[in-house]
Design a protein around this ligand. Structure first.
Ligand code: AP5
Length: 218
């Protein structure tokens, strides 16, 4: 299954993608995670991407399209993948179609996770992430047992640079202007499945499982 998770910042794409990857044993491919890893390792890709990310802007299409083209050719994606955070613009969606056609594949479904904007701001300002293993927490909805410490590996928790309120608002504006048009793009191709993302993560996941297992496996 070749799946896309679409949704605004904080909709829960990363949270759901991890649960989906475990259930169907296909990789989560997150452009955000790939870019942050490149920043952390000081690679040229990271140096180019960092200023865009810190401002809440999108990294240029040619950069992320190149990343995805290489990533989807890797062995572990041969049996399917979950795209988390890609595509985010119409040119990215068109490039993805070409990449997949070149691999003799096509998108199975696009899951659009929908959550009202003020809830997104609360989710993102409260998010904390483990510096060591990447586990995500929320100060209110999913707090760590010990303040500032990851319950899984004992690592330090930190707040993403782009999770400050001003940058979150900018990311939401960018989403509305550049990414939301993809909802219509995929709807017109009969690939879009709408998911209510305002419930608990377990209930959202059950809804996703139902949709994917009945409509996206063909
Ligand atoms: P990226 O890392 O993709 O960020 P994003 O899309 O803004 O998404 P987030 O990771 O912020 O949110 P999410 O939907 O994954 O939510 P999560 O599950 O973490 O991109 C970052 C930047 O990289 C971009 O701004 C851009 O610069 C660049 N970039 C990336 N891809 C690009 C592309 N294709 N083109 C160009 N540039 C690109 O959940 C959020 C919080 O809510 C967590 O604390 C979680 O615990 C909590 N939570 C989750 N679900 C629930 C729930 N059901 N109830 C309560 N709390 C919940």
């Amino acid at each position: 299954m070749d799946l896309i998770l679409l949704g605004p910042p904080g909709a829960g794409k990363g949270t759901q993608a991890k649960m989906m990857a475990d259930r169907w044993e296909i990789p989560q491919v997150s452009t955000g995670d790939i870019l942050r890893a490149a920043v952390k390792e000081g690679r040229p890709l990271g140096l180019e991407a960092k200023s865009f990310m810190d401002r809440g802007e999108l990294v240029p299409d040619r950069v992320v399209i190149g990343i995805i083209g290489e990533r989807l050719e890797e062995k572990d994606a041969a049996g399917g993948f979950i795209l988390d955070g890609f595509p985010r613009t119409i040119p990215q969606a068109e490039a993805l179609q070409e990449i997949l056609a070149g691999l003799g594949r096509k998108i199975s479904c696009v899951l659009s996770i929908e959550v009202e904007e003020e809830k997104l701001v609360v989710r993102l300002t409260g998010r904390r992430i483990c510096r060591n293993c990447g586990q995500s927490y929320h100060l209110v909805f999913n707090p760590p047992a010990r303040d500032g410490i990851c319950g899984r590996c004992g690592g330090d928790l930190y707040q993403r640079d782009d999770d400050k309120e001003e940058t979150i608002r900018q990311r939401l504006t960018v989403y509305r202007e550049q990414t939301q048009p993809l909802v219509g793009f995929y709807e017109s191709k009969n690939l879009l499945k709408r998911i209510d993302g305002s419930d608990s993560k377990e209930k959202i996941f059950s809804g996703i499982v139902e949709v994917v297992e009945s409509d996206c496996r063909g």
